[in-house]
Design a protein around this ligand. Structure first.
Ligand SMILES: *Cc1c(COP(=O)(O)O)cnc(C)c1O
Length: 368
């Protein structure tokens, strides 16, 4: 691996392949795999990740917003793309870019049908989202009749899948709740399928669902975090390889005397001699202020260097008093040893948040 000469996020496609193959090994042969590549493929690089996965046997992609789907189309992604959370204003663009909307309430369902009809579409693929307990997006079980009635009235759209989302698939203390969600999804799917008279695909599992609920894979599973190298428990994490390594470099070393202060607001005041290193990465790069003042740490030549004082917009200072290092040395923020999960935990958050927070200012470096 190249030594960092500035702040970079390295993306290891071999690790991605490993994670994909591990997840695939948990599925029945004909279960389809949807790769969730929303939010820049969880902060990595959606175009690169999707292009790579498109050449493995991924069946489907999902993004949250329409703009993300359009980006993928512009990068040459031809496989189906489900847009999980579109708005009415996006519907014309959805059709123009052959994206497939998740329709989650009567308002968007009616509007999409109207636009698809006006665009002279027939059997335009749509996905119907049902809420089975997360209480975030989706029709309720009492909407099944209304939705199927509406769908039978038109040939502008055709239901490609019906799906739901688990609220606590990672938490085995909530097994009963999750099983109730799965049962409720089955019931809805049953009634709905009979009412519309054909069989759309069914899917409900995210990464932890894939691992914890093998009987609920249905026709397709949707994985995000697992592809990027994380499960939702220590046990799950062992099977995955984090794909992203955030690296930076020491710009400058300072020798601080007792009584001096470090950084904005003089947040750290030294009570003894110490050595600090200034690094070109700050909250504008995704390292939030909550990592400052001794919480987060980086690794320099194998040793832990805690962030000292407040996180600045473009810099952090770290304590290197007992570390043998020099200006220009490489610094690891997170990667394969100190994982994003461990780093996130120092500020009481989770891998999902820190990896998607790495801003677009940080250069992505793809390792093939
Ligand atoms: C983000 C998302 C996923 C992926 O979940 P992971 O826990 O990252 O695997 C799956 N389904 C929906 C609806 C999502 O919003």
């Amino acid at each position: 691996m190249p030594k960092a000469q500035e702040t970079v996020l390295e993306i290891d496609l071999k690790a991605l392949k490993h994670n994909f193959e591990f997840l695939k090994s948990k599925l029945q042969k004909n279960t389809k795999f949807l790769a969730v590549v929303k939010a820049f493929a969880y902060g990595s690089d959606a175009a690169q990740i999707a292009s790579y996965l498109q050449n493995l046997d991924v069946d489907y992609f999902a993004v949250a917003y329409v703009s993300e789907g359009i980006e993928l189309r512009h990068s040459g992604i031809t496989k189906p793309i489900l847009v999980l959370h579109p708005q009415e204003i996006n519907f014309k663009e959805i059709i123009d870019h052959c994206l497939e909307p998740s329709l989650y309430n009567a308002k968007v369902l009616n509007k999409f049908i109207k636009i698809a009809a006006a665009e002279k579409q027939t059997n335009y693929p749509v996905h119907i989202k049902f809420n089975t307990g997360l209480n975030r997006l989706g029709f309720g079980k009492n909407d099944v009749d209304g939705v199927s009635y509406k769908l039978k009235e038109t040939n502008a759209v055709k239901v490609k899948s019906i799906f739901s989302h688990l609220a606590a698939s990672e938490d085995l203390d909530e097994k009963i709740f999750t099983q109730n969600q799965i049962e409720s999804f089955k019931k809805i799917a049953d009634i709905f399928t009979k009412a519309i008279g054909y069989k759309p695909m069914l899917h409900i599992c995210n990464t932890s669902g894939i691992l914890n609920y093998p009987d609920a894979h249905f026709d397709m599973v949707r994985s995000g975090i697992g592809l990027y190298g994380f499960g939702n428990s220590e046990k799950e994490n062992k099977n995955f390889k984090p794909i992203a390594t955030l690296k930076t470099i020491i710009s400058q070393i300072h020798h601080i005397e007792k009584g001096e202060s470090i950084g904005y607001n003089r947040a750290y005041k030294s009570d003894a001699f110490l050595k600090t290193a200034t690094l070109p990465i700050g909250h504008a790069d995704g390292i939030g202020r909550q990592y400052g003042n001794g919480k987060g740490f980086v690794t320099i030549n194998g040793q832990k260097a805690p962030i000292i004082g407040n996180v600045c917009m473009d810099m952090i200072m770290v304590n290197i008093t007992n570390i043998d290092c020099k200006e220009g040395d490489e610094v690891i923020v997170f990667g394969k040893n100190t994982t994003a999960n461990t780093f996130a935990a120092t500020a009481n958050t989770i891998s999902y948040e820190i990896i998607t927070a790495i801003s677009q200012r940080v250069k992505r470096l793809i390792l093939k």
